[in-house]
Design a protein around this ligand. Structure first.
Ligand SMILES: [Zn+2]
Length: 553
């Protein structure tokens, strides 16, 4: 009897420990030297990660209340933004069925996407709902998407599913490959909804949009919408309506649950970089695990990419409106930083995110999937240009309210498309040269174009088309053929395109032309050139390169 009571006693303690949830708070920390204060806080056991970096020397982060108490003892200035996350989240506005319908109709009209619905966990799909969506995509589009395949089984016996979108999906074709993942961190479902939205976009626009058809026909695009099902399901068990703050997986280490999967990737030298950027304490939210690739989820991802020759990868996280590229674990740039810079600046031009490496943006991160994919195992994988979008702004946090789900997905649609394009051939206008400095009414202008293949495969069978977007411009020859352009190479046209500005065009008028790059007759990119008619009037001219020598102030 004593024994039974004893066991019951411990069972009760275990059960209550499992169900006692710590209060999460959101604080805004101010510091003149965020880097060193973050390092100092880490020593006191307060881990700052995936917070929103303000322009006022601040960072807004979610912390357990016990960490906020530790923060208080350091004397670092901070403001309480949300003092009880759960009750704050419960009071966030939700969309009525009519409002949800209106959002979905807008999505259908403007982007051709009607498959994405709202899930039952605060508007986000649960793990089961994600899987059901993957099954339904296959049922609707059997010629464009595979059945879901498991790339690993978790400690909790759940499957990590991947699907491929391509023509002839059940065959392996020699096409450039891209991969998109989300929910590596269990409390970041806005990344998953963005990825699912992109999947529906490709499937539902295939028959009506020739560019989407070209992309799907000429790429193999893989998706792993939930890399961490145990952690995500844990959040559902504690917070069935959304808002759960569990981040790691659910493996057990020295009495503590969870390894931070985005600190668990190898190789050893990256995982163990002396710059820090992960914790060796099992209870910490960024615990790196007992060894690199100790976790079934990171093993599954590693094993899945081997030999597939992926070219690009986007590993979705939330939040802080960033686009992060390698290295995370070193404080220097990769040998391919010019490519990462070009890709990231083209992508953030579409959504206003800030690009950079983890270290440039704030602090190093070691053991991330991006560093591993980039050059952690070049022999097996080549170099995969992996980046991490951190979706959402300061007020979005980890569980953006329902009204934000579609806007966040839509703001990442352009970048998602771009990153599938550059996995293969992707040619766009790099620069242009007119045969004169100014264009006056009546002028006939010859123009040469420099085109760049930003993509990671060679491009061929290209045609450039010139279109007038202004009523005063007449285009004479509207098409030029371009021979092949090697990956990352450029080509300048030698037979010019010609247009005429009407003699009756007023001066000081903004005129626009459009250059359309076509591959096999399908639009690959479209760029706009603009100029103002007439010769500008100079109000000030200085002949020196060093104005200070001629000026007195
Ligand atoms: Zn994350």
């Amino acid at each position: 009897m004593k024994k039974i009571l004893f066991v019951l006693f411990f069972f009760t303690i275990m059960v209550s420990a499992a169900f006692t949830q710590e209060t999460w708070q959101k604080v805004k920390i101010f510091s003149d030297d965020l880097r060193s204060d973050i390092a100092m806080l880490r020593k006191s056991g307060v881990i700052i990660d995936e917070g929103y970096i303000g322009k006022d020397n601040s960072i807004s982060v979610f912390l357990p209340a016990s960490d906020v108490e530790k923060l208080r003892t350091t004397g670092i200035r901070f403001e309480m933004v949300i003092d009880d996350w759960d009750s704050y989240y419960k009071n966030l506005p939700v969309l009525s069925p009519e409002e949800q319908l209106a959002v979905r109709q807008h999505s259908k009209q403007n982007y051709g996407v009607e498959g994405l619905t709202y899930g039952t966990m605060g508007g986000y799909y649960t793990y089961a709902e994600i899987n059901a969506q993957l099954d339904s995509m296959r049922a609707r589009f059997p010629n464009l998407i595979t059945q879901k395949v498991s790339i690993g089984t978790t400690v909790g016996s759940r499957q990590i599913y991947a699907v491929k979108i391509s023509d002839n999906p059940d065959a392996t074709e020699n096409e450039p490959r891209a991969i998109y993942t989300s929910l590596t961190h269990a409390r970041e479902p806005a990344g998953m909804m963005s990825v699912m939205y992109y999947m529906f976009y490709l499937l539902e626009n295939y028959n009506t949009n020739p560019s989407v058809k070209y992309l799907v026909d000429n790429r193999e695009i893989w998706f792993v919408p939930c890399l961490n099902p145990d952690g995500y399901e844990h959040n559902r068990s504690t917070n069935p309506n959304g808002g759960g703050q569990w981040r790691k997986n659910r493996s057990l280490n020295s009495g503590s649950y969870g390894v931070d999967l985005n600190r668990n990737f190898g190789p050893y030298t990256y995982w163990n970089s002396p710059n820090g950027g992960s914790s060796t304490t099992p209870s910490a939210i960024d615990y790196r695990g007992p060894s690199e690739f100790s976790e079934l989820e990171s093993q599954g991802y590693r094993n899945f990419v081997v030999g597939k020759n992926f070219k690009t990868a986007l590993n979705y996280h939330t939040y802080s409106n960033l686009l992060i590229f390698p290295y995370g674990c070193w404080t220097y740039l990769t040998p391919d930083s010019a490519i990462f810079s070009e890709f990231s600046s083209d992508m953030v031009a579409m959504n206003g995110y800030s690009p950079g490496t983890a270290w440039q943006l704030l602090y190093p991160v070691r053991g991330s999937s991006d560093d591993f994919l980039y050059d952690g195992d070049v022999e097996s994988n080549g170099k995969i240009f992996a980046m991490t979008p951190e979706v959402g702004g300061d007020s979005d946090g980890f569980w953006p309210q329902q009204s934000r789900i579609f806007p966040l997905a839509i703001e990442n649609l352009g970048p998602n498309l771009y990153y599938s394009w550059v996995a293969g051939d992707y040619v766009s206008l790099y620069s242009y040269q007119f045969d004169r400095q100014y264009v006056n009414p009546g002028d006939q202008v010859q123009m040469n174009l420099t085109m760049k293949n930003k993509g990671l495969s060679g491009a061929s069978n290209l045609t450039l088309e010139l279109e007038s977007l202004s009523s005063f411009i007449t285009v004479s020859n509207n098409s030029v053929n371009v021979p092949s352009i090697p990956s990352r190479g450029s080509f300048t046209t030698t037979s010019p395109m010609i247009f005429t500005l009407s003699a009756i065009a007023p001066i000081d008028t903004l005129c626009k032309l459009r250059i359309i790059t076509k591959k096999d007759g399908v639009t690959m990119s479209a760029d706009t050139i603009s100029f103002i008619t007439g010769v500008p009037t100079f109000v000030f001219q200085d002949t020196t390169n060093n104005p200070l020598t001629n000026w007195t102030i």
